[in-house]
Write a protein that binds this ligand. Structure first.
Ligand code: NAP
Length: 258
């Protein structure tokens, strides 16, 4: 039995939709006050309304993870609203596809700037409060793409997601004596608005490539994030957890042949 997380405050970046929304709803259900962050405040407010309707506590905050001042304002808003800042889910990410040859330097910078530098900026902004209270749980949303697998069109994205793990390992060492853990969830293909936009054919192909024969849900990822946030996970740092229904396991298509 895990200790309740009731009252532990959470910031979730990229929480207006997709995996971030799922994480925010899950922490809300667990009794954590949640700061729901995205650039679009109206969309963040809709998630706040869902958390409130389910009996939880939440506030919306509009911020861009690529902007250091906005990340500092985000951490300050969590402190002002909840009195402490216990958990950060650095989840905001973008995944525009472009194959090498067509990919521009600006495309590359945009993806690295949001997914990797944005992770650094969100974490940096939350550290002073976490260090002062000598407690923190930082959970990064990486991906199987980059750390484990590749996918055409996503070399910049893959680099950003693998980069998050490099960042995580060193951050985990630096913060190990401060009561702060840093871990990462590595989702496979998860049914989100972003994935739905890639079309029914893409989703069917992905389902066929997963041993469990289903795309993951945002709740599958949120439960893993909740585990890393738990008191009982306090001796785990610098680690990553794949949530993919076994997708990375088959060594060839023959392994999936019934
Ligand atoms: P999504 O549905 O497109 O949602 C992305 C979220 O990030 C939105 O809330 C968006 O809101 C926010 N966002 C984007 N850029 C931002 C910025 N600069 N500053 C602040 N917020 C920003 O994406 P998703 O599929 O849930 O992906 C979420 C994370 O999971 C990403 O890190 C992604 O790499 C990772 N992931 C997803 C999958 C999958 O299958 N879906 C698989 C592996 C990993 P605004 O646009 O309003 O800011």
């Amino acid at each position: 039995m895990f200790s309740p997380l009731t009252g532990r405050s959470v910031i979730v970046t990229g929480a207006s939709k997709g995996i971030g929304r799922g994480i925010a709803l899950r922490f809300g259900q667990a009794g954590c006050p949640v700061l729901v962050v995205s650039r679009n405040e109206m969309e963040a407010r809709a998630v706040v309304d869902e958390i409130l309707a389910a009996g939880g506590e939440a506030r919306a905050f509009a911020a861009d993870v690529t902007q250091p001042a906005q990340m500092e304002a985000m951490a300050a808003a969590a402190l002002a609203a909840f009195g402490h800042l216990d958990i950060l889910c650095a989840n905001a990410g973008i995944f525009p596809a472009a194959k090498l040859g067509a990919m521009t330097a600006a495309d590359f910078d945009a993806v690295i700037g949001t997914n990797l530098k944005g992770t650094f900026l969100a974490v940096s902004a939350c550290l002073p409060a976490m260090k002062a209270q000598r407690f923190g749980r930082i959970i990064l949303t990486s991906s199987i793409t980059g750390p484990v697998t590749g996918f055409p069109g996503w070399s910049h994205y893959a680099a950003s997601k693998a980069g998050q793990l490099g960042f995580m390992r060193t951050a985990a060492i630096e913060l190990a004596t401060s009561g702060i853990t840093v871990n990462a969830v590595l989702p496979g293909n998860i049914l989100t608005e972003g994935l739905t936009a890639m079309g029914a054919d893409y989703i069917r192909q992905m389902e066929a490539s997963v041993p469990m024969r289903r795309i993951g849900t945002v709740a599958d990822v949120a439960n893993a994030a909740l585990f890393f946030a738990s008191i009982e996970a306090g001796y785990i740092t610098g680690q990553s957890l794949v949530i993919d229904g076994g997708q990375i396991l088959p060594e060839s298509l023959a392994a999936l042949d019934p």
